[in-house]
Write a protein that binds this ligand. Structure first.
Ligand code: DX5
Ligand code: ZN
Length: 222
């Protein structure tokens, strides 16, 4: 796959030196920065917000920042992330009262919009939303923590969404998040994903460049 995107999740980075960690994964060949926002309400964990996104931009990060909102409500925080330099903003439909309105809100602030499907969320959520989206994010773990095991039913969901995207004829990216490793990414790519979040698989590796190269090499074999 030539247009494969590798998006390291900074949830597994060393937050005490976050700017240097992001510089390092980008120098090691990463394409996007996956930025996990958790609120201790929609998910049982608490992470980082727009101030940290803005700090990464101020530090000099120019790569796309792929903001994954695990917050409820969603709309209040969208303009703040757009102003902080987010490139893509994805949200969970369960966390928004008006899913279409949230998609339009994200786009009206100049960002690309993504919808996130949890492991138990059906693909029918895309029936009236897909054509307004720039990205669909399939969760292959339940959101809230890094380092969990990949849930196999995500593969069937990715296959079904790949069909929908192809028949839409739109350049919508299909991203997968959770438990992505060198030993399963080939199957995930074969199912139809083109954008891969990896947290522990990259940040817990001793050599980021080797870890990213290993992921890309497996995708190329799909
Ligand atoms: C989980 C987050 C993921 C997480 C992935 O809620 O959305 O982005 O950091 O971490 P790994 O790759 O370790 O499963
Ligand atoms: Zn994520």
């Amino acid at each position: 796959m030539s247009n494969c995107v590798i998006a390291p999740s900074i949830l597994s980075a060393d937050f005490a030196k976050l700017g240097a960690e992001v510089d390092a994964v980008l120098a090691a060949g990463a394409d996007w920065v996956h930025f996990d926002v958790m609120d201790n309400h929609y998910v049982p964990n608490l992470t980082i917000g727009p101030l940290v996104c803005a700090a990464l931009r101020k530090h000099g990060i120019t790569a796309p920042i792929d903001v994954h909102l695990m917050v409820e409500p969603v709309d209040r925080i969208v303009p703040d992330f757009a102003a902080a330099g987010a490139s893509i903003i994805s949200f969970h439909p369960e966390a928004s009262r008006h899913v279409d309105r949230t998609i339009q809100l994200i786009r009206s602030h100049g960002c690309q919009a993504g919808l996130v499907l949890n492991p138990a969320t059906p693909v029918e959520l895309l029936d009236y939303t897909l054509e307004s989206l720039d990205l669909v994010l399939v969760m292959s773990v339940n959101p809230g923590f890094g380092g969990q095991a990949f849930i196999e039913s995500a593969l069937r969901k990715i296959e079904a969404i790949r069909k929908r995207i192809d028949s839409s004829g739109k350049p919508i990216r299909l991203e997968v998040d959770g438990g992505v490793k060198a030993d399963n990414i080939r199957r995930i790519a074969a199912a139809g994903a083109d954008t891969f979040v990896a947290g522990s698989a990259i940040f817990q590796a001793p050599d980021y460049a080797r870890a990213i190269a290993a992921l890309r090499a497996e995708v190329a074999l799909a």
